[in-house]
Design a protein around this ligand. Structure first.
Ligand SMILES: Cc1ncc(COP(=O)(O)O)c(C=O)c1O
Length: 363
């Protein structure tokens, strides 16, 4: 594909073929070496546990081109660690952070020409995947696993600037059980969310808010994103054992603190929706999707924010700061960015010696 033909600004959040992907197999109790492939397909055993018993986990992160022509990754070690947690959650062999990093830097270097230019709002989406590839018929963990990583350029989430969305509270389905797998990034959670997501779309809503499965009293997950509300100079986000630990959310919490806001991670009862000045969904895809309206079909109540149609000021401050760090427009004061050069990683300049030390250990 000739890259000049890409209309970066209008790229969808979809799959576009790139040149190479990375693969690695775990067999006889150990990981083999990373292999480069130019095929978009995998050969999979008909009895693989990934197909039958949902032994699979994935991640999603992005590489950004900066104004300075440097490629930046945002907190990739957190994705690596979360994938280890997901692997443990469904009893798979985990991919060590170092190996995850090696695959990541190689796959970026091999597909460098697919990284969208600075200013386009587009980025290179990176999808690591791990699944049970060994054959089993009884319900048990596989003894063989396959890890792969592919990339695809994705367009800006909001084409004409950040636009508030309308969401619906889900009263008919649960995404995850209280002691289930909702806190892991495993495919089963996404399959379980599809009925609700489609029902929301069919009713004209962009996304769905799941409630806690046990009591149906608290806000849980907001589709494939975490929820947050802002009031009284406080950033509040749900504490729940069935939501994914969003890397965007944990970063927004740090940014909010650095901006002098208070932060709380605690259960958020539905009734509290009336008291927020701003609400939003956060995740890698959009960073922040401000919420204009939340509709509860049980009570027919509509909670409204962004009444002038514009995103709230606090949400925008948080959004702008995070995006500026990711693209290198602002200094990386938190030590979150890794610069990729010639397929190698290079530490971004950290202010804090403590962070530097932590990163040295990881890298
Ligand atoms: C269910 C779910 N919650 C939250 C998030 C946001 O997580 P992150 O900020 O790490 O992308 C995602 C996306 O990865 C998700 O799929």
């Amino acid at each position: 594909m000739v890259m000049e033909k890409f209309d970066w600004e209008n790229l969808p959040f979809g799959y576009i073929k790139t040149d190479y992907n990375i693969r690695c197999v775990y067999k006889d109790g150990k990981w083999g070496s990373l292999e480069v492939s130019s095929s978009e397909y995998i050969d999979i055993h008909i009895a693989a546990t990934g197909l039958h018993y949902g032994q699979e986990a994935f991640e999603g992160l992005k590489a950004y081109m900066g104004k300075d022509g440097k490629i930046r990754l945002f907190r990739w070690e957190e994705n690596a660690r979360r994938m280890i947690s997901s692997a443990e959650g469904v009893k798979m062999a985990a991919v060590p952070v170092e190996m995850f990093g090696e695959a990541l830097f190689r796959v970026i270097a091999l597909n460098k020409k697919f990284i969208p230019p600075y200013g386009s709002g587009a980025s290179l989406y990176i999808r690591p995947l791990l699944y049970g590839s060994g054959a089993e018929v009884g319900v048990k963990p596989s003894v063989e696993y396959t890890f792969l990583m592919f990339v695809t350029p994705v367009g800006p989430y909001f084409k004409g600037g950040v636009t508030p969305i309308n969401v619906m509270i889900c009263r008919d389905f649960d995404r995850a059980a209280p002691l289930g797998t909702g806190n892991y990034k495993v495919g089963g959670n996404y399959a379980a969310s599809l009925r609700a997501v489609i029902a929301a779309h069919e009713s004209g809503y962009a996304n769905i808010i799941f409630l806690d499965a046990k009591e149906k009293k608290y806000i849980d997950e907001c589709g494939p994103a975490n929820f947050f509300g802002i009031k009284d100079n406080t950033y509040i986000t749900p504490k729940s054992e069935s939501i994914l630990n969003s890397i965007t959310n944990m970063s927004l919490i740090e940014i909010a603190k650095s901006m002098g806001m208070k932060t709380e991670r605690r259960p958020i009862p539905i009734e509290e929706l009336t008291s927020f000045d701003e609400t939003g969904a956060c995740g890698t895809a959009a960073v922040i999707s401000p919420i204009a309206k939340i509709f509860d079909p049980k009570t027919n109540k509509v909670y409204e924010y962004c009444k002038d149609g514009a995103p709230g000021p606090e949400s925008m401050k948080l959004y702008n700061k995070l995006v500026s760090i990711q693209t290198g427009d602002e200094p990386d004061e938190f030590g979150w960015v890794t610069i990729v050069e010639k397929g190698k990683r290079q530490k971004a300049k950290d202010k804090s010696k403590k962070i530097e030390k932590q990163r040295d250990r990881i890298i």
